[in-house]
Design a protein around this ligand. Structure first.
Ligand code: GCU
Length: 434
């Protein structure tokens, strides 16, 4: 190559490396309001201005900086885990799900004390596998208790705080027998499909970690294990960090389970628990794959797009999910030193799947898509063509998964996680975890 050609190639490479996928043309459905111009912070510029060009620099210099921005500025700092944490296996049933699964419950005692705070993981492992073969797993929190995802009569009913819902058996903030298999949960957990595909399913009730209520989230659960700081500085952990901390503790157990391959655990979550899955994946790099389903504002969606839920609304309705520092940017999202593409980038180099649904404008599907695509520059330090056939800024057709190691789909229909969504996540996991 001549000197001139080399120079052009270099300039072109720099331009390609720093490409950011902006808004593109207005799409009346996914851009229901005009989107003012915005510039996303470059994940590859370190705090001192250094340009990050290698995977090693990302890991040692830039990733810790980005992680710190999210810990201190979005979700709050996670405390260390207790070395005294214990796990007790209970209630094992070898012929659950018509003999197709071994079901067990594992009680985590977070500090191992007699009256310690506990949470219970419900685990299904497929029976149809070669003797001694460990299986990959999906781990995700559920919204209303392990016993609500199934009608099996012997799954333990949670004793933790639950939101009242008398029609579904939840009264005086406690679950009754009538809440078994009831409410929003069952259709969201296609247990038999997951087992049939050769994955273990592991789930835990979010409320055993931290009640999903502003009035309650510090009164029981893991918050009570740590004395409140005397001088607050806005970085104190809030519910999403508590949920993520609990997921990491559950992974500690899964790495010891004889039936599960602890190096192949995907963390998954829907909506507020999708925000949690992304944060858990960022906090604990042992998660091998991360799935964000309709996580929206404070999850995958870009803050700089004024579509759907905004930080101000979140501050009013869910102040206890995010650390206080975040809310300094209410109505000033363009001044944020980061945006959510960098939360996706924190998953690198692991496979990450971001999904939206068409009618869920509240979660800003296009903001979720662009966020995923804009993590590309970081992934490119590790692999080629991370966004595969995704073609930002244009949204892909409905029900059509696109991408590479960063994957995306927008499903027809509304805010939910469906068996079809799960099928796509398992197709994706088949590629990376099997
Ligand atoms: C509300 C909230 C969202 C959240 C969702 C959910 O709609 O505004 O941010 O994702 O609840 O968790 O279902």
């Amino acid at each position: 190559m001549s000197f001139m050609n080399k120079t052009f190639a270099l300039i072109a490479a720099v331009i390609i490396c720093s490409v950011a996928y902006a808004q593109g043309e207005r799409d009346p459905h996914f851009d229901p309001v005009p989107i003012p111009d915005y510039t996303l912070p470059d994940p590859l510029t370190a705090n001192d201005g250094t340009k990050i060009t290698t995977a090693e620099q990302w890991k040692t210099i830039r990733r810790p900086e980005v992680y710190k921005m999210f810990a201190e500025g979005v979700y709050g700092v996670l405390p260390p885990k207790f070395e005294t944490m214990t796990f007790t296996v209970e209630n094992v049933k070898k012929d659950a799900r018509d003999g197709k699964a071994t079901r067990k419950e594992v009680v985590i005692n977070f500090n191992g004390q007699p009256n310690g705070v506990k949470a219970r993981i419900l685990i299904y492992v497929p029976n149809d596998r070669p003797e001694g073969k460990k299986v990959p797993a999906f781990l995700g929190l559920n919204f209303r208790g392990n016993h609500t995802i199934t009608n099996e009569p012997d799954v333990t009913i949670t004793e933790a705080w639950v939101p009242n819902d008398p029609a579904n058996g939840r009264v005086n903030n406690r679950s009754t027998e009538a809440s078994r298999g009831k409410g929003i949960a069952p259709t969201r957990w296609p247990i038999d499909d997951i087992i049939a595909r050769g994955y273990a399913l592991c789930t835990m009730y979010m409320g055993e970690l931290a009640p999903d209520s502003n009035a309650e989230y510090t009164k029981s659960g893991v918050a009570t294990l740590f004395p409140p700081k005397e001088e607050k500085d806005g970085t104190e952990w809030k519910a999403i960090s508590m949920w993520a901390w609990g997921l990491s503790c559950a992974l500690d157990y899964l790495q010891t389970d004889p039936d599960i391959d602890g190096t192949k655990v995907a963390v998954i979550g829907h909506s507020r628990l999708g925000k949690t899955a992304l944060w858990a994946g960022a906090c604990d790099e042992r998660f091998a794959l991360v799935v964000s389903n309709n996580s929206g504002c404070g999850g995958a969606a870009l803050y700089r797009r004024p579509v759907g839920e905004r930080m101000k609304i979140m501050q009013k309705n869910f102040p206890y999910w995010f650390c206080d520092n975040l809310f300094k940017y209410v109505d000033k999202e363009n001044d944020l030193p980061f945006d959510m593409h960098e939360l996706i980038a924190l998953q690198a180099p692991r496979p990450v799947y971001v999904a939206s649904s068409e009618k869920d404008i509240w979660a800003d599907p296009k903001g979720e898509f662009l966020s995923a695509c804009n993590a590309e520059s970081v992934y490119k330090l590790f692999c080629e063509n991370p966004i595969g056939d995704a073609n930002p800024p244009k949204m892909p057709p409905l029900d059509t998964p696109v991408g590479g190691i960063i994957h995306y789909h927008v499903r027809n229909g509304g805010h939910n996680i469906t068996p079809w969504d799960w099928e796509q996540y398992m197709n994706f996991a088949d590629k990376y975890l099997k």
